[in-house]
Design a protein around this ligand. Structure first.
Ligand SMILES: [Zn+2]
Length: 201
């Protein structure tokens, strides 16, 4: 099966205040998001033989994250692992409402801009979750699971949460938030699209 990418059509401006209501690191930037909200390249759903949404949920990402998820898909195919995506794009409300997660949600999370996914790996019927995928447990994993994770770590455009100072082994992103303006731009475009998508459903 080839990758299936569907556009999430839609849109209305969201207020900037919404995001940072519970965040102490308010952005100093005054990015013009009303202009950008007209951009039509934004959220898409992604699915492939190797990447699926957990419990039938959609994998929702930013248009500009497609090349990254396609590379992740190629590594998954190479090592014959299936990825169950437990979280992809999130709204600020979903981000704040996270409970039972390993890591305290970040203010400028790449999930808020559609540039991050959280995954469990399935290989030969066995599930590998955040506990099993901890960095200091990698050596105990089957070759294919370990090689898959290490391939992503070697990919210069991808970060693995297992390498963060506070480990988050289910998390992968493209470090969009290393550039605050780039992050804000995709944040506003994607959050606007999602609001309208929900409103029209
Ligand atoms: Zn994550």
């Amino acid at each position: 099966m080839k990758s299936v990418i569907r556009t999430i059509i839609p849109v209305l401006p969201v207020t900037a205040a919404l995001v940072f209501a519970s965040c102490s690191r308010k952005p100093a930037s005054t990015y013009n998001y009303s202009r950008q909200s007209a951009e039509n390249k934004s959220l898409v759903t992604y699915e492939s033989e190797y990447i699926k949404g957990y419990e039938g949920k959609h994998v929702i990402i930013d248009y500009y994250f497609i090349p990254v998820i396609k590379r992740i898909n190629r590594y998954a195919k190479k090592f014959n692992v299936e990825l169950q995506v437990t979280s992809s794009f999130r709204t600020p409300e979903q981000q704040d409402g996270l409970s039972g997660t390993v890591v305290k949600p970040a203010c400028m999370s790449n999930h808020l801009a559609g540039h991050a996914i959280d995954i469990n790996i399935v290989y030969e019927g066995q599930w590998y979750n955040s506990t099993l995928m901890r960095k200091n447990n990698l050596r105990n994993l089957p070759y294919n699971v370990r090689a898959f994770i290490n391939s992503l770590r070697r990919d210069k455009g991808i970060r693995w949460g297992g390498d963060f100072s506070i480990e988050d082994p289910v998390h992968y992103d493209d470090h969009l938030n290393k550039n605050k303006n780039q992050w804000l731009k995709r944040y506003y475009v994607c959050q606007n699209k999602y609001k309208d998508y929900i409103r029209k459903r």
